[in-house]
Ligand binder design. Structure first.
Ligand code: ZN
Length: 299
């Protein structure tokens, strides 16, 4: 083999090694490194955020049992712990469903004080009480975790997507995990039964925007496939504008004497053409229901 063929062979081998390591079960790796030890993991359910250094692993949200199993074994190729932490951004099953898997691996679970109560209530309604693991540490306003070269800061801003949402700040990396406070260009779930408040959500997005800077990288709970689950602070104002438009549309209809069914007939807002509706559950009519309930104090 001459030198040129040898180099091609080496390139082919290393290319294959990279390709092979990225492929598991025929799928691209769910792990993506972002910067400064922080990354994201996407498989099924709300995006997991993660941080590793020599001393600790911290994860944000747990998806469901199967992806949680993939996460807790796969993250070991980035760092071994030994300290392990899991934050839940809120109680929904696609963010807490893998908690038991994490807990069995020694992760200490942290969440806003309303999360265990809301999680238990929906587990009772869905008869999934045996599949839950709850936060052992809870906080009212904020919680700070010092991990040496990174400080993780969880903050509660009041009711928004639920009444237990935290925004998780990786201070050194300048990365923020929003949980479901951002559905990136996708009609969101507005959980009125879980204490959601659209006006609070709008205020929250403006506050987080002002606390971030132009370099801040955001990890979103959900996004449409074209726009993805990461972005910049301008995306927060886009979501704010959508929620404001939703409230205005619904309020105008109420003032014009329209009933709820008439208002629900619209499928898309023309001013937000890139919003995706993957199911009836995440759709504009459902959003209008939530806005109606908030504006009329209806059940
Ligand atoms: Zn949610």
């Amino acid at each position: 083999m001459n030198r040129s063929d040898f180099l091609k062979h080496v390139a082919w081998i290393s290319g294959w090694a990279i390709f092979a390591s990225a492929m598991k079960h025929g799928e691209p790796s769910p792990f993506t490194e972002l910067r400064n030890g922080v990354g994201k993991f996407s498989m099924q359910g709300g995006t997991i955020g993660w941080f590793v250094n020599d001393d600790a692993i911290a994860a944000i949200d747990s998806q469901f049992p199967d992806p949680a199993g993939e996460f807790v074994s796969g993250i070991r190729s980035f760092g071994a712990g030994p300290e392990k932490f899991l934050f839940n951004t809120h109680h929904h099953g696609d963010h807490t469903g893998g908690n038991q898997v994490f807990e069995r691996k020694g992760y200490h679970i942290i969440a806003h004080t309303n999360v265990p109560m809301l999680q238990e209530r929906s587990a009772r309604a869905n008869e999934t009480e045996n599949n839950q693991a709850y936060a052992k540490t809870v906080f009212d306003r904020e919680y700070e975790l010092d991990l040496g070269n990174e400080t993780i800061h969880a903050k509660y801003y009041g009711p928004a997507h639920t009444k237990g949402d935290s925004v998780i700040w990786f201070r050194n990396a300048n990365i923020v995990h929003t949980g479901d406070l951002i559905f990136n260009r996708r009609y969101p779930f507005i959980d009125r039964d879980g204490g959601a408040l659209i006006t609070g959500w709008i205020d929250l997005l403006e506050t987080v925007y002002s606390e971030a800077d132009a370099e801040t990288l955001f990890i979103f709970g959900h996004g449409n496939p074209e726009f993805g689950v990461t972005g910049l602070r301008a995306d927060l104002l886009y979501m704010r504008d959508f929620l404001s438009h939703l409230l205005e549309y619904t309020q105008r209809g109420i003032l014009e004497g329209k009933n709820r069914e008439e208002l629900r007939r619209i499928r898309y807002f023309e001013t937000f053409p890139d919003h995706e509706s993957p199911s009836d559950f995440l759709s504009l009519p459902r959003n209008i229901d939530a806005a109606w309930r908030e504006l009329t104090d209806a059940d």
